[in-house]
Design a protein around this ligand. Structure first.
Ligand code: SER
Length: 315
Protein backbone atom coordinates (compact mmCIF):
# COMPACT_ATOMS: atom_id res chain seq x y z
CA UNK A 1 0.00 0.00 0.00
CA UNK A 2 1.30 3.45 -0.98
CA UNK A 3 1.66 6.27 1.55
CA UNK A 4 1.87 9.49 -0.41
CA UNK A 5 3.17 12.86 0.76
CA UNK A 6 2.02 15.94 -1.17
CA UNK A 7 4.09 19.07 -0.54
CA UNK A 8 2.26 22.18 -1.72
CA UNK A 9 -1.20 20.57 -1.51
CA UNK A 10 -2.95 23.93 -1.25
CA UNK A 11 -1.66 25.11 -4.63
CA UNK A 12 -3.13 25.04 -8.11
CA UNK A 13 -1.77 21.58 -9.03
CA UNK A 14 -1.55 20.18 -5.50
CA UNK A 15 -5.20 20.71 -4.61
CA UNK A 16 -6.41 18.70 -7.63
CA UNK A 17 -3.71 16.04 -7.58
CA UNK A 18 -4.36 15.38 -3.88
CA UNK A 19 -8.03 14.63 -4.53
CA UNK A 20 -7.27 12.32 -7.46
CA UNK A 21 -4.58 10.45 -5.52
CA UNK A 22 -6.97 10.08 -2.58
CA UNK A 23 -9.57 8.61 -4.93
CA UNK A 24 -7.00 6.10 -6.23
CA UNK A 25 -5.07 5.22 -3.05
CA UNK A 26 -7.59 5.94 -0.27
CA UNK A 27 -8.09 9.23 1.60
CA UNK A 28 -6.08 8.20 4.65
CA UNK A 29 -3.01 7.27 2.55
CA UNK A 30 -2.48 10.68 0.97
CA UNK A 31 -0.90 13.20 3.35
CA UNK A 32 -1.57 16.73 2.15
CA UNK A 33 0.85 19.37 3.46
CA UNK A 34 1.53 23.04 2.85
CA UNK A 35 2.72 26.19 4.61
CA UNK A 36 -0.68 27.79 4.02
CA UNK A 37 -4.20 26.70 4.69
CA UNK A 38 -5.73 24.32 2.15
CA UNK A 39 -9.23 24.35 0.61
CA UNK A 40 -11.88 22.70 2.83
CA UNK A 41 -12.14 19.61 0.57
CA UNK A 42 -8.46 18.87 1.17
CA UNK A 43 -8.67 19.46 4.93
CA UNK A 44 -11.85 17.44 5.35
CA UNK A 45 -11.24 14.48 3.07
CA UNK A 46 -7.98 13.21 4.61
CA UNK A 47 -4.87 14.13 6.59
CA UNK A 48 -3.71 17.74 6.21
CA UNK A 49 -0.76 19.20 8.10
CA UNK A 50 1.56 22.16 8.11
CA UNK A 51 4.94 21.18 6.64
CA UNK A 52 7.67 23.53 5.46
CA UNK A 53 9.80 21.66 2.90
CA UNK A 54 12.69 24.05 3.64
CA UNK A 55 12.89 22.50 7.13
CA UNK A 56 14.81 19.34 6.23
CA UNK A 57 14.66 17.88 9.76
CA UNK A 58 10.90 18.20 9.99
CA UNK A 59 10.62 16.75 6.47
CA UNK A 60 12.65 13.63 7.22
CA UNK A 61 10.80 13.03 10.51
CA UNK A 62 7.47 13.40 8.74
CA UNK A 63 8.51 10.93 6.02
CA UNK A 64 9.82 8.32 8.47
CA UNK A 65 6.94 8.68 10.96
CA UNK A 66 4.29 8.25 8.28
CA UNK A 67 6.16 5.53 6.34
CA UNK A 68 5.93 7.61 3.16
CA UNK A 69 6.54 5.67 -0.09
CA UNK A 70 5.99 8.45 -2.67
CA UNK A 71 6.62 12.19 -2.49
CA UNK A 72 5.02 14.80 -4.78
CA UNK A 73 6.92 18.04 -4.28
CA UNK A 74 4.80 20.78 -5.86
CA UNK A 75 5.81 23.88 -3.87
CA UNK A 76 7.58 26.58 -5.91
CA UNK A 77 7.91 30.29 -6.55
CA UNK A 78 6.48 30.83 -10.07
CA UNK A 79 8.05 32.78 -12.92
CA UNK A 80 6.63 36.28 -12.36
CA UNK A 81 7.22 36.31 -8.61
CA UNK A 82 10.69 34.82 -9.04
CA UNK A 83 11.78 37.82 -11.14
CA UNK A 84 10.85 40.15 -8.27
CA UNK A 85 13.00 38.32 -5.69
CA UNK A 86 15.54 36.32 -7.71
CA UNK A 87 17.82 35.07 -4.94
CA UNK A 88 14.99 34.11 -2.61
CA UNK A 89 13.19 32.30 -5.44
CA UNK A 90 16.38 30.47 -6.40
CA UNK A 91 16.96 29.44 -2.80
CA UNK A 92 13.37 28.22 -2.27
CA UNK A 93 13.05 26.39 -5.59
CA UNK A 94 16.45 24.70 -5.41
CA UNK A 95 16.83 23.99 -1.70
CA UNK A 96 13.35 22.54 -1.40
CA UNK A 97 14.09 20.15 -4.27
CA UNK A 98 17.47 19.17 -2.79
CA UNK A 99 15.80 18.48 0.59
CA UNK A 100 13.30 16.17 -1.08
CA UNK A 101 15.93 14.38 -3.18
CA UNK A 102 18.12 13.87 -0.10
CA UNK A 103 15.22 12.42 1.91
CA UNK A 104 14.35 10.09 -0.98
CA UNK A 105 17.99 9.00 -1.13
CA UNK A 106 18.23 8.39 2.64
CA UNK A 107 14.86 6.83 3.44
CA UNK A 108 14.54 3.38 1.91
CA UNK A 109 10.73 3.29 2.02
CA UNK A 110 10.55 6.21 -0.43
CA UNK A 111 10.33 4.58 -3.85
CA UNK A 112 9.23 7.43 -6.13
CA UNK A 113 9.36 11.21 -6.29
CA UNK A 114 7.40 13.56 -8.52
CA UNK A 115 8.62 17.11 -9.12
CA UNK A 116 7.10 19.51 -11.64
CA UNK A 117 9.27 21.06 -14.30
CA UNK A 118 7.96 23.61 -16.78
CA UNK A 119 8.08 24.98 -20.32
CA UNK A 120 10.19 27.65 -18.60
CA UNK A 121 13.25 25.39 -19.05
CA UNK A 122 13.23 26.64 -22.65
CA UNK A 123 14.47 30.07 -23.65
CA UNK A 124 14.74 32.50 -26.55
CA UNK A 125 17.17 30.28 -28.50
CA UNK A 126 14.91 27.20 -28.33
CA UNK A 127 12.92 26.31 -31.49
CA UNK A 128 9.48 27.78 -30.80
CA UNK A 129 7.18 25.54 -32.84
CA UNK A 130 6.69 21.94 -31.75
CA UNK A 131 9.56 22.34 -29.31
CA UNK A 132 11.28 18.94 -29.09
CA UNK A 133 11.97 17.01 -25.90
CA UNK A 134 15.73 17.30 -26.42
CA UNK A 135 16.75 20.72 -27.71
CA UNK A 136 18.59 23.94 -26.84
CA UNK A 137 17.70 25.12 -23.35
CA UNK A 138 19.00 28.54 -22.41
CA UNK A 139 16.32 29.92 -20.09
CA UNK A 140 16.72 33.56 -19.10
CA UNK A 141 14.36 33.67 -16.13
CA UNK A 142 15.20 32.74 -12.54
CA UNK A 143 12.30 30.30 -12.52
CA UNK A 144 13.47 28.70 -15.78
CA UNK A 145 17.06 28.44 -14.58
CA UNK A 146 15.87 26.79 -11.35
CA UNK A 147 13.70 24.32 -13.30
CA UNK A 148 16.52 23.42 -15.68
CA UNK A 149 19.01 22.99 -12.82
CA UNK A 150 16.35 20.98 -10.98
CA UNK A 151 15.91 18.66 -13.96
CA UNK A 152 19.66 18.06 -14.06
CA UNK A 153 19.70 17.27 -10.31
CA UNK A 154 16.77 14.86 -10.68
CA UNK A 155 18.64 13.01 -13.41
CA UNK A 156 21.80 13.03 -11.28
CA UNK A 157 20.02 11.54 -8.25
CA UNK A 158 18.53 8.84 -10.45
CA UNK A 159 21.88 7.93 -12.02
CA UNK A 160 24.04 8.20 -8.91
CA UNK A 161 21.68 7.02 -6.15
CA UNK A 162 18.81 5.27 -7.94
CA UNK A 163 16.23 7.81 -6.72
CA UNK A 164 13.28 7.23 -9.06
CA UNK A 165 12.30 10.83 -9.66
CA UNK A 166 9.92 11.69 -12.47
CA UNK A 167 8.93 15.02 -13.87
CA UNK A 168 6.76 16.81 -16.42
CA UNK A 169 7.40 20.14 -18.13
CA UNK A 170 3.93 21.56 -17.55
CA UNK A 171 2.59 24.18 -19.92
CA UNK A 172 0.40 26.96 -18.49
CA UNK A 173 -2.31 25.18 -16.52
CA UNK A 174 -5.94 26.27 -16.58
CA UNK A 175 -8.19 25.29 -13.68
CA UNK A 176 -11.23 26.52 -11.76
CA UNK A 177 -10.61 24.95 -8.34
CA UNK A 178 -7.51 26.77 -7.08
CA UNK A 179 -6.07 29.81 -8.79
CA UNK A 180 -2.36 29.98 -9.62
CA UNK A 181 -0.25 32.77 -8.14
CA UNK A 182 2.66 34.72 -9.56
CA UNK A 183 3.07 32.93 -12.89
CA UNK A 184 3.27 34.23 -16.45
CA UNK A 185 0.43 31.99 -17.59
CA UNK A 186 -1.91 33.17 -14.78
CA UNK A 187 -3.73 35.29 -17.41
CA UNK A 188 -5.22 32.08 -18.83
CA UNK A 189 -7.15 31.59 -15.57
CA UNK A 190 -7.76 35.24 -14.63
CA UNK A 191 -9.39 35.90 -18.02
CA UNK A 192 -12.28 33.53 -17.17
CA UNK A 193 -12.88 34.91 -13.66
CA UNK A 194 -12.82 38.51 -14.90
CA UNK A 195 -15.05 37.72 -17.89
CA UNK A 196 -17.66 36.24 -15.57
CA UNK A 197 -17.36 38.76 -12.74
CA UNK A 198 -16.79 42.04 -14.65
CA UNK A 199 -17.24 41.23 -18.34
CA UNK A 200 -13.87 42.82 -18.98
CA UNK A 201 -10.22 41.98 -18.48
CA UNK A 202 -6.93 43.86 -18.77
CA UNK A 203 -4.42 41.29 -19.95
CA UNK A 204 -0.75 41.65 -18.95
CA UNK A 205 0.33 39.95 -22.21
CA UNK A 206 -0.23 41.14 -25.78
CA UNK A 207 -3.13 39.90 -27.90
CA UNK A 208 -1.05 37.57 -30.11
CA UNK A 209 1.24 36.03 -27.49
CA UNK A 210 1.00 32.32 -28.22
CA UNK A 211 1.74 29.92 -25.38
CA UNK A 212 1.30 26.20 -24.69
CA UNK A 213 -1.64 25.72 -22.31
CA UNK A 214 -3.46 22.77 -20.79
CA UNK A 215 -6.69 22.12 -18.89
CA UNK A 216 -5.97 20.74 -15.43
CA UNK A 217 -7.72 17.33 -15.82
CA UNK A 218 -5.25 16.58 -18.65
CA UNK A 219 -2.32 17.58 -16.44
CA UNK A 220 -3.53 15.44 -13.54
CA UNK A 221 -4.06 12.45 -15.84
CA UNK A 222 -0.59 12.90 -17.40
CA UNK A 223 1.01 13.05 -13.96
CA UNK A 224 -0.71 9.92 -12.67
CA UNK A 225 0.08 8.08 -15.93
CA UNK A 226 3.75 8.98 -15.60
CA UNK A 227 3.88 7.89 -11.97
CA UNK A 228 2.20 4.57 -12.80
CA UNK A 229 4.57 3.76 -15.69
CA UNK A 230 6.97 0.88 -14.84
CA UNK A 231 10.43 2.21 -14.05
CA UNK A 232 12.15 0.42 -16.91
CA UNK A 233 9.91 2.26 -19.38
CA UNK A 234 10.88 5.72 -18.15
CA UNK A 235 13.35 7.21 -20.65
CA UNK A 236 13.81 10.58 -18.99
CA UNK A 237 14.34 11.44 -15.35
CA UNK A 238 14.67 15.11 -16.31
CA UNK A 239 11.19 16.22 -17.41
CA UNK A 240 8.76 15.05 -20.08
CA UNK A 241 7.32 17.53 -22.58
CA UNK A 242 3.53 17.42 -22.53
CA UNK A 243 1.14 19.37 -24.76
CA UNK A 244 -2.48 20.39 -24.45
CA UNK A 245 -3.32 23.21 -26.87
CA UNK A 246 -1.64 26.46 -27.87
CA UNK A 247 -3.50 29.72 -27.69
CA UNK A 248 -3.23 33.51 -27.48
CA UNK A 249 -5.13 35.92 -25.19
CA UNK A 250 -6.97 37.15 -28.32
CA UNK A 251 -8.13 33.63 -29.23
CA UNK A 252 -9.15 32.96 -25.64
CA UNK A 253 -11.22 36.15 -25.61
CA UNK A 254 -12.96 35.03 -28.85
CA UNK A 255 -13.76 31.67 -27.32
CA UNK A 256 -15.19 33.35 -24.16
CA UNK A 257 -17.35 35.69 -26.30
CA UNK A 258 -19.32 32.66 -27.51
CA UNK A 259 -20.76 32.58 -23.95
CA UNK A 260 -20.35 36.22 -22.90
CA UNK A 261 -20.74 38.27 -26.13
CA UNK A 262 -20.18 41.61 -24.36
CA UNK A 263 -16.78 40.53 -22.95
CA UNK A 264 -14.11 43.19 -23.53
CA UNK A 265 -10.39 42.69 -23.32
CA UNK A 266 -7.59 45.26 -23.34
CA UNK A 267 -3.89 44.54 -23.52
CA UNK A 268 -1.37 46.24 -21.25
CA UNK A 269 1.78 44.09 -21.40
CA UNK A 270 4.03 44.24 -18.34
CA UNK A 271 7.38 42.58 -17.47
CA UNK A 272 5.83 39.15 -18.00
CA UNK A 273 5.60 39.80 -21.77
CA UNK A 274 9.34 39.25 -22.09
CA UNK A 275 9.08 35.99 -20.15
CA UNK A 276 6.22 34.77 -22.36
CA UNK A 277 8.13 35.74 -25.50
CA UNK A 278 11.05 33.56 -24.40
CA UNK A 279 8.85 30.44 -24.09
CA UNK A 280 7.71 28.05 -26.86
CA UNK A 281 4.52 28.49 -28.90
CA UNK A 282 3.80 24.76 -29.05
CA UNK A 283 5.28 21.54 -27.70
CA UNK A 284 6.12 18.15 -29.19
CA UNK A 285 5.13 15.59 -26.55
CA UNK A 286 5.37 12.30 -28.45
CA UNK A 287 7.62 10.73 -25.80
CA UNK A 288 5.05 11.32 -23.05
CA UNK A 289 2.28 10.00 -25.26
CA UNK A 290 4.12 6.82 -26.17
CA UNK A 291 5.81 6.20 -22.79
CA UNK A 292 2.86 6.89 -20.53
CA UNK A 293 0.03 5.87 -22.86
CA UNK A 294 -1.44 9.28 -22.23
CA UNK A 295 -2.87 11.94 -24.52
CA UNK A 296 -4.51 15.29 -24.02
CA UNK A 297 -8.33 15.36 -24.24
CA UNK A 298 -9.26 19.05 -23.92
CA UNK A 299 -8.87 21.77 -26.53
CA UNK A 300 -9.53 25.49 -25.99
CA UNK A 301 -13.25 25.26 -26.76
CA UNK A 302 -13.87 22.40 -24.34
CA UNK A 303 -11.79 24.12 -21.67
CA UNK A 304 -13.71 27.40 -22.08
CA UNK A 305 -17.07 25.66 -21.83
CA UNK A 306 -16.19 23.89 -18.58
CA UNK A 307 -14.36 26.89 -17.08
CA UNK A 308 -17.36 29.14 -17.65
CA UNK A 309 -19.87 26.61 -16.27
CA UNK A 310 -17.80 25.86 -13.18
CA UNK A 311 -16.78 29.42 -12.32
CA UNK A 312 -20.42 30.52 -12.70
CA UNK A 313 -21.42 27.85 -10.17
CA UNK A 314 -18.67 28.97 -7.82
CA UNK A 315 -19.34 32.71 -7.69
N1 SER B 1 2.77 28.49 -15.18
C1 SER B 1 4.12 28.72 -14.80
C2 SER B 1 4.42 30.17 -14.73
O1 SER B 1 3.83 30.90 -15.47
C3 SER B 1 5.05 28.08 -15.77
O2 SER B 1 5.43 26.83 -15.32
O3 SER B 1 5.27 30.56 -13.99
Amino acid sequence: MEKILIIGAAGQIGSELTMELRRIHGNENVFATDIKDAPYYIRESGPFQFLDVMDDRHLIHFVIRNKITQIYHLAAVLSGNAEKLPLQAWSINMNSLMNVLEVAKMVEDVKKVFWPSSIAVFGPSTPKENTPQITIKEPNTVYGISKLAGERWCDYYFNQYGVDVRSIRYPGLISYKTEPGGGTTDFAVEIYYEAIKNKKYTCFLGKNTRLPLMFMPDAVAATIALMETPQDEIYFHTGYNIAGFSSTPGEMADSIRKYIPEFEITYVPDFRQEIADSWPDSIDDHYARSNDHWSSKYDLEQTTKIMIEEIRKKI
